[in-house]
Design a protein around this ligand. Structure first.
Ligand code: ACO
Length: 402
């Protein structure tokens, strides 16, 4: 019997847009996505070119600064990052406190949030010099934090960063080297991981990037904003999908590899069953990152000489789904997460680390968006409206009368 019009005067005119399907929250000059034609460009450069010719740190510089660096600028950026790869020894104690089976994404977001306790000078987002320092610190330290999270889980000693190695080489060594044993970097893995990080580096207003912007819009510092972004990325509908895809493929394998039986479950909308790694809010033709990643999966598994039954299941699953009207009519295609897990697995990463690798890649994009917002004099605190659907008004009832 409640008349909603009674509430309208206080709400004013608002737009209800579930999941922000049509609402642009910001103007941005960083990344262009054309979902109908499968186009993705960072600062105007097609990702195929950046992933084919560039390296990850160059892409990070491009996203954050707007232009590709010349060789001197790139060398300087690399030098700055290299200087900050170590974690404060006290940060290491955080890892001792976490349970051994802690998910690495939980450790990642906690430790990144905790960095703001070590760098209180970073708290004013309008200090340009500090903004730059926080940027460099985050880019430098996230691989160290990620590798430590892995070492913690497997009970091995931490491996300190080595400053003569590239960003990706250093991360791989910190993750996989065992002290007192030789560790040889595999160029196939180094090259593939670098490409994957580039392909993940930005994707305009996705859930985690919007989170970084929303938190940062209150003028929270960069570490706090990025920590929130990492939490948003963790969910299986976003970055956590790469872990979920592999778990899905493993469960299909366990059930005898019958992809059609699995597709039937998805079509029947059995509780909680989705074709993970399929579908995208923006891409309605194909995800250009997925096309690159699929090629890379074949290349890397071939070069490493690893055959993987799960790759065969994934290929079959994709082929059958793309012929099925359920997926065709809903424009559901493989997204970036569909094949990445198979590559990470071939590289030796456990499933729980997959989303961490996504976070390493997405970091420059998050940082670029945070800077863009802080530098924009017209930016306002993010504060969505709502349509109130609760009880209009009622009188307080004493506890013994309820
Ligand atoms: N499997 C089965 N059905 C799906 C899938 C899927 N992967 N994705 C969408 N659908 C269906 C929905 O059930 C819905 O069907 P209906 O109209 O019969 O109800 C229709 O397709 C439209 O889907 P929405 O949920 O409205 O799409 P939305 O844009 O909200 O969600 C999302 C996009 C979250 C990516 C979704 O496709 C999904 O859950 N995919 C699986 C998880 C995944 O791979 N996430 C990674 C995304 S990419 C990234 O973050 C890097």
């Amino acid at each position: 019997g409640f008349d909603i019009s009674k509430l309208l005067p206080q709400t004013g005119l608002v737009t209800l847009d579930n999941g922000f399907g049509n609402t642009a929250a910001y103007k941005s000059a960083i990344t262009f996505v054309d979902g109908d034609n499968g186009i993705l460009r960072y600062r105007g450069y097609p990702i195929e070119q950046l992933a084919g010719k560039g390296d990850f740190i160059e892409t990070a510089y491009l996203l954050i600064n707007g232009e590709l660096p010349n060789s001197e600028q790139l060398a300087q950026f690399n030098r700055e990052i290299t200087q900050h790869t170590l974690l404060h020894e006290d940060v290491k104690r955080f890892f001792q406190g976490f349970p051994r089976d802690a998910h690495p994404m939980a450790m990642l977001s906690s430790v990144v949030g905790a960095l703001s306790t070590f760098y209180p000078e970073s708290h004013n987002p309008f200090d340009a010099a500090q903004r730059h320092l926080s940027t460099v610190r985050l880019l430098a330290k996230l691989p160290t934090i990620a590798a430590y999270a892995y070492k913690k889980a497997i009970g091995q000693p931490f491996v300190y960063p080595r400053n003569d190695l590239s960003y990706v080489e250093n991360f791989l060594r910190m993750t996989f080297a065992v002290p007192a044993e030789d560790y040889e970097l595999n160029p196939v893995i180094v090259n593939a991981l670098d490409k994957l990080l580039i392909l993940h580096a930005d994707h305009e207003q996705n859930c985690s990037t919007s989170t970084v912007r929303l938190v940062g819009s209150s003028h929270a510092n960069l570490f706090a904003s990025i920590s929130a972004g990492i939490s948003a990325l963790w969910g299986p509908l976003h970055g956590g999908a790469n872990q979920a895809v592999l778990e899905m493929l493993e469960s299909i394998q366990k059930d005898g590899g019958d992809v059609d039986a699995f597709i039937t479950k998805v079509k029947n909308k059995e509780a909680g069953v989705k074709l993970m790694g399929f579908g995208h809010r923006v891409y309605k033709a194909f995800d250009p990152r997925a096309a690159q990643v699929k090629l890379l999966a074949h290349e890397v598994l071939g070069q490493l000489g690893k055959s993987d039954e799960l790759l065969d299941i994934a290929l079959k699953l994709e082929e059958h789904a793309l012929k099925d009207d359920f997926f065709v009519s809903r424009k559901l295609y493989p997204n970036v997460d569909f094949y990445t897990g198979l590559i990470y697995r071939a590289m030796g990463f456990p499933t729980s680390m997959f989303t961490v690798l996504f976070a390493l890649g997405r970091l420059p994009g998050w940082i670029a968006h945070w800077h863009e917002m802080i530098n924009d004099p017209t930016s306002r605190i993010g504060r969505p409206r709502q349509i109130y659907t609760g009880t209009a008004i009622r009188d307080y009832v004493e506890i013994d009368a309820r």
